[in-house]
Ligand binder design. Structure first.
Ligand code: HEC
Length: 184
């Protein structure tokens, strides 16, 4: 049956060419045109090193405000910055537990946190007791904190970073004075 045979071979030919065409088109997608604009970095990029200096800068600002609050004899405000400072220490421990082979998280536990204990006790944090701690007591507590900053800088080969009270002037657009008593 020649007609059936040729029809079959035609079908086979069509299938084969179709197959070949599909195979030829399949594995080679058209190459994308070169893109001149900046493309975002791939998601597999390793996370950047934590910037300890940035985390420290925040701690420095909080410590400065803590000192200004203490210097103004403002116990409730000092309690606020004490709380913020302790939170920032926790953030540093989470984000930069080690830095340039220095055990930052461990040093914070051993050296930094104990330095806040007296201040914490004088403020009976988180409940500020009546009567509020005096300016002298608050400043003594702050000085212990500042000493611990500098001890850790020395322990991590950054002794040239020397923290002070910095209470001579107030560089912030913020008042650290205690709120005036409510009008009778
Ligand atoms: C666990 C040890 C440790 C403690 C505690 C610590 N620091 Fe640091 N600090 C460092 C190290 C290490 C660096 C250097 C980071 C770097 O090389 O990027 C640094 C850097 C700094 C810097 C420089 C960054 C800048 O923005 O100028 C300041 C300021 C600073 N610390 C303030 C403080 C203050 C304030 C305290 C205390 C409340 C404190 N640090 C407590 C280890 C410590």
């Amino acid at each position: 049956m020649p007609a059936a045979n040729s029809a079959r071979s035609l079908l086979a030919f069509a299938l084969l060419t179709g197959f070949v065409l599909v195979r030829a088109a399949d594995p080679v997608p058209p190459s994308p045109a070169p893109v001149a604009t900046l493309t975002p970095l791939p998601a597999v990029e390793p996370p950047p090193e934590p910037e300890l200096a940035h985390l420290m800068a925040t701690l420095q600002r909080l410590t400065h405000k803590l000192a200004l609050s203490a210097d103004a004899g403002n116990a409730p405000l000092a309690a606020f910055y004490l709380h913020e400072s302790l939170e920032q220490l926790q953030t540093i421990q989470n984000e930069a537990p080690e830095y340039e082979n220095h055990p930052i998280a461990l040093l914070i536990d051993r050296l930094a946190r104990p330095a806040y204990a007296d201040l914490q006790a004088s403020l009976n944090y988180p409940v500020t007791p009546p009567p509020p701690a005096s300016r002298e007591v608050l400043l003594r507590g702050v000085d212990q904190v500042i000493a611990s900053c500098n001890e850790c800088h020395a322990a991590t080969r950054h002794a040239f970073l020397r923290i002070t009270r910095g209470t001579e002037t107030n560089p912030f657009n913020q008042s650290f004075l205690p709120a005036p008593p409510p009008a009778p």
